[in-house]
Design a protein around this ligand. Structure first.
Ligand code: UD1
Ligand code: CA
Length: 450
């Protein structure tokens, strides 16, 4: 039986925000969401969220149905916070104690910590260059005997550089035994969770310690400077992983990943692109500067030119998009398609080899193979109330500046003369025009100023 207890009650005064701290975002998602996502892979029997400041806001944002919410009305210390979980904790099993403002602990690190808790308590500790402000690990003969907070520490204890991450795995029986016995006679007048260590040691419990793989795994966030620093550290980490797998970045410090980015071989990513949600890039993909790509899959050898916005769409192989294109949700762009500048697509399918090179809107459309859509062509998909489909057959040629008033079908291999307003289906293989004839007025003169 594994329980997870997440302390998420703090206001985060130093954030200077109306939002509770755990809702501040890192890499595009709330701090607490990072923790919950990591927890999912640990297979706990339940997760207890200790909430407090502006709890309704947390409940509105975190709508997971499988959480147990336990309120800590007043913030009387970390030990007091975990006390709020006691009514929900069985007598047996163990609990992993985490923090909503320590977002980046890896599941593998937590699993190691859980595995190390066979004697009753394990804790995640680390040696750091600057331990200031953190609880120090006190050992005799190599064994942990206590944690002392900065404000309660002697000068000799302050010199210890092994610090308490605050993350533990503890048998529930021990939490039930020690938490009600905590007192607050310390420098901060708080109920310290850390005091359970010396209680356990007095009972002869051997405290196990484990290390995180990476330093940032135990970093907490208290103000916007720490938040931005952790964001940069995390981005550098994500980008390093991709570099080690063969992705080339023009400048690793000028790309942001707010979600997951998976790449094939020999992908090149230029500066100032933001990847949001789940993005998959095939081998040989080139992403030029200034793109925002959200929840897209892009096939091998495709090229996204500068300054495009692509969302919730699937792009085939050998495609060229942009510069300045807007690929809106549910666009399915086939292989070898070319989308040029100032083209917007939405909920449309473009088959292999179709070209929409300039200044077009393609919405609710089914565009066939090797279709050429001329400059300025618009699908008029919306009558102000309902949306309608435009279908363009294979190999059709739609001249510049046509309006295709949906619902309408352009035949296969058809040609539509430039400037036509097409309101009825057009036949296969033929030229269709829908425009007034060109006339020249003899003897007409320009008006003159009166
Ligand atoms: C705590 C540890 C310290 C450790 C440090 C790591 C204690 C007494 N000390 O210190 O040894 O090095 O974390 O960052 O545990 N919280 C509540 N309710 C409360 C108090 C705190 O939910 O009543 C939450 C806070 O919102 C925060 C976390 O618990 O997310 C840690 O609390 P904080 O007061 O920052 O503990 P530290 O003094 O940093
Ligand atoms: Ca803290």
């Amino acid at each position: 039986m594994l329980n997870i207890i997440i302390l998420a009650g703090g206001k985060g005064t130093r954030m200077k925000s109306v939002k509770p701290k755990v809702l501040q975002t890192l890499a595009g998602k709330p701090l607490l969401r990072h923790v919950l996502d990591t927890c999912k892979t640990l297979g706990a029997d339940n997760t207890i969220l200790i909430y407090g400041y502006n709890g309704q806001m947390v409940k509105d944002e975190i709508t997971d149905t499988d959480l147990i919410w336990a309120q800590q009305a007043e913030q009387l210390g970390t030990g007091h916070a975990v006390q709020m979980a006691l009514p929900h904790l069985p007598k047996d099993g163990k609990s992993l104690i985490l923090y909503g403002d320590v977002p980046l602990t890896q599941a593998s690190t937590l699993q190691k910590l859980i595995d190390a808790s066979t004697n009753g308590i394990s804790m995640l500790t680390m040696r750091v260059d600057n331990p200031f402000g953190l609880g120090r690990i006190i050992r005799t003969d190599g064994k942990v005997i206590a944690i002392v907070e900065e404000k309660d520490a002697t000068d000799a204890q302050k010199a210890i550089n092994e610090i308490n991450s605050g993350i533990y795995c503890v048998e529930n029986a021990l939490l039930h035994k020690y938490l009600p016995a905590l007192t607050n006679d310390n420098a901060q007048g708080e109920y310290y969770l850390t005091d359970i260590i010396k209680m356990a040691v007095a009972d002869g419990v051997d405290i196990a310690t484990t290390l995180p793989e990476l330093g940032f795994e135990i970093e907490g966030v208290n103000d916007r400077i720490q938040l931005a620093n952790l964001e940069r550290t995390y981005q550098a980490h994500l980008i390093n992983q991709l570099q080690l797998n063969g992705v080339q970045f023009a400048d690793p410090s000028r790309v942001d990943i707010r979600g997951t980015l998976r790449c094939g071989q020999d992908v090149f990513i230029d500066v100032n692109t933001i990847f949001v949600g789940d993005v998959v890039l095939g081998s040989g993909v080139q992403i030029d500067s200034g793109n925002v790509i959200t929840d897209c899959t892009i096939g091998d050898n495709s090229h996204i030119k500068p300054n495009c916005v692509l969302s919730e769409s699937t792009i085939g192989k050998d495609v060229a998009i942009g510069p300045f294109a807007h690929i809106r949700p549910k666009s399915v762009i086939g292989d070898e398609v070319k989308i040029g500048n100032f083209v917007e697509t939405k909920k449309s399918t473009l088959a292999t080899g179709a070209k929409v090179s300039h200044l077009s809107y393609i919405g609710d459309a089914v565009v066939g193979r090797a279709v050429n859509v001329g400059a300025g062509v618009i699908t008029c998909n919306y009558d102000g109330v309902n949306k309608f489909t435009t279908t363009i057959g294979d190999n059709a040629f739609v001249g510049s500046n046509c309006s295709l008033v949906a619902p309408v079908t352009i035949g296969a291999n058809a040609t539509i003369g430039a400037g036509s307003v097409i309101t009825k289906d057009t036949p296969d293989d033929k030229l269709t025009l829908a425009r007034s004839k060109q006339t020249t007025i003899d003897g007409w003169q320009r008006p003159v100023k009166k």
